[in-house]
Design a protein around this ligand. Structure first.
Ligand code: NAI
Ligand SMILES: CCCCC/C=C\C=C\C(=O)C/C=C\C/C=C\CCCC(=O)O
Length: 262
């Protein structure tokens, strides 16, 4: 899949992993809507990207992904601006064990909502041309860290939902939409700093030194490597229902599942 002439929507696209993904998409000729809660960081990001890639290739849409109506409008505005939609990256996420209900809303409910909206705008079942969805999970889904139980649960949920809907898309329906999941290990972004604070970690903040030891042990990745993984999941048309892992020790690789036996 060539990215020239394609249109992408990236949630949480104003900084961190999302922004790295947006930059890679623009570098490869796509037009991008970056959808983010943070107005000031979003505007600054859009202004930087305009300088790098030209003014008509990127829009910033301020939107809380947990607001279903606003998320629907963000998809609609993207299609109205660029005329089509081909790639959706449901990336916005938080790490908040204290307000764990919010963590479920942002990390799981909004990913489900974003996937269904993406299908409405891209699926052949709705008369559209097909496309690709990437849902961002985490290596936390494989480590079962006792220090972040709800974050871990949401990231498990993202994998389960994405694999189930990918199978539906390829086997039951004729969506023409591939759905893949990406699981990074630690990445150097603002989210990683949340381990320092009681207002995000709640009672688990007492483990902050342990968290840091884990980061020293496993290493911390650069957002640009995660963006490379995203690009591969978009351009490699053989990938559907795939679960990509990205770690310092093994780089970009895939999780394998045993076939079910009777
Ligand atoms: N940084 C890390 O070590 C890892 C991060 N991830 C996942 O990667 C994704 C991106 O995280 P990072 O770039 O690290 O975080 P980040 O905190 O640097 O960036 C997240 C972006 O999402 C936006 N956002 C947060 N809540 C939102 C909402 N309700 N509506 C719209 N936008 C919202 C923020 O404003 C921010 O721009 C998340 O899903 C995270 O769980 C996965 C594995 C490791
Ligand atoms: C346990 C630390 C909690 C830190 C919470 C903050 C951010 C969350 C980040 C993630 O989503 C990443 C979580 C875990 C993956 C870490 C390393 C796995 C590396 C495995 C390997 O190299 O084989």
């Amino acid at each position: 899949m060539s990215l020239h002439g394609k249109v992408a929507l990236v949630t949480g696209g104003a900084q961190g992993i999302g922004r790295a993904g947006v930059e890679h998409l623009l570098e490869n000729g796509a037009k991008v809507a970056l959808v983010d809660l943070n107005q000031s960081v979003g505007e600054e990001c859009k202004s930087d990207l305009d300088g790098q890639f030209g003014e008509d290739n990127c829009i910033f849409i301020q939107c809380d992904v947990t607001d279903a109506r606003k998320l629907r409008d963000a998809f609609q505005n993207t299609v109205e601006k660029f005329g089509r939609l081909d790639i959706v990256i449901n990336n916005a996420g938080i790490n908040n064990e204290k307000n764990w209900e919010k963590t479920i809303e942002v990390n799981l409910t909004s990913v489900i909502q974003g996937t269904y909206l993406a299908l409405e705008h891209m699926s052949k079942e709705y008369g559209k041309e097909g496309g690709v969805i990437i849902n961002i999970s985490s290596m936390a889904a494989f480590l079962h860290s006792p220090h972040q139980p709800v974050y871990t649960a949401t990231k498990h949920g993202v994998i389960g939902f994405s694999r189930a809907i990918a199978q539906d898309a390829s086997e039951q329906g004729n969506y023409g939409v591939r759905i893949n999941t990406l699981c990074p290990a630690f990445v150097d972004t603002q989210l990683l700093r949340t381990v320092e604070h009681e207002e995000t970690m709640g009672k688990f903040v007492k483990y902050k030194d342990e968290f840091k030891q884990r980061m020293d042990k496993y290493g911390v990745l650069k957002p640009s490597l995660i963006a490379e993984g995203m690009l591969r999941m978009i351009t490699d048309e053989s990938l559907n229902g795939a679960v990509m892992k990205i770690t310092c020790s093994k780089g970009i690789h895939f999780h394998t599942y045993e076939p079910l036996s009777a």
